[in-house]
Design a protein around this ligand. Structure first.
Ligand code: ATP
Length: 237
């Protein structure tokens, strides 16, 4: 079996005295899609921040590409291909679609971004149509596509998506998830945080269910799709 690209051993994350993530373990192998699901305030976002080192009050060990990351900066991890699309999208509002995408490639040594732009435009044809438009003029769904496209420009080895469905209409969510499925088919390794468990479980190979920072379930998504007790944990019925 392939080595894990990303591995967590007893990772905790803190805000002062509050332990938002409590000794979480996980391992993602190349090409896998793992979803992290759980109720509001469960610690999902904090877990992604602890991995990308945008939060550094963390204990335990995160290993990326076989190396512990505890001394790396968030920026160094991006250059190595650990790329985080944060909650709420955060595109550069006053830059064009193409400029936003080019920024996503800036951490790469080679500056030949043309073929990557093509790849992103092929995945998200709407971005091609709007390549000169300011990001602020895009719809919420298009901004989410742009945020994902920008991350792809950095050639992620592991792509972390935080609630890509947030604040979007059901028809747009469906579209975004179709693209996530396509990304998975291209072989990209994905760690996906979602509050909408059904959506995430449908596309995931593995699931991590957390609540109050602790792991409640870790295993094949298939098991959660079938198992009523796991479902009652997530859906509360
Ligand atoms: P949601 O789905 O609502 O985004 P979540 O599962 O992503 O929730 P987190 O945002 O990681 O959960 O929050 C976990 C806990 O940490 C919560 O109790 C939250 O109030 C707390 N928390 C999050 N960010 C901060 C912060 N910057 N300062 C203090 N506490 C925080």
């Amino acid at each position: 079996m392939n080595e894990a690209l990303l591995k967590l051993d007893k990772v905790s994350a803190f805000y002062g005295n509050l332990k938002a993530v409590d000794e979480v373990d996980l391992a993602i192998r190349p090409g896998e899609l793992m979803c992290v699901i759980g109720p509001n305030g469960a610690g999902k976002t904090s877990l992604l921040k602890a991995i990308s080192r945008t939060l550094t009050t963390v204990s335990g060990t995160v290993t990326f590409l076989g190396q512990p990351t505890n001394r790396a900066s968030a920026q160094q991890l991006v250059s190595k291909g650990l790329i985080h699309v944060p909650e709420g999208r955060q595109v550069f509002a006053m830059m064009s679609v193409e400029e936003n995408l080019r920024v996503g490639g800036y951490a790469r040594r080679d500056q030949d971004l043309g073929s990557d732009l093509e790849t992103v435009f092929n995945l998200f044809p709407r971005l091609r149509e709007r390549r000169s438009q300011m990001a602020i003029s895009l719809s919420g769904g298009e901004q989410q596509m742009l945020a994902i496209g920008r991350a792809l420009m950095g050639r992620p080895k592991v792509l972390m998506l935080d609630e890509p469905s947030m604040g979007l209409a059901p028809v747009i969510i469906k579209e975004i998830y179709k693209e996530i499925r396509r990304l998975k088919e291209t072989g990209i390794t994905i760690l996906l945080v979602e509050q909408n468990a059904k959506l995430a479980l449908d596309v995931a190979d593995h699931a991590l269910i957390i609540s109050a920072g602790r792991t409640r379930f870790a295993g094949p998504a298939e098991v959660v799709r079938r198992d009523r007790s796991a479902q009652s944990l997530i859906f509360g019925h």
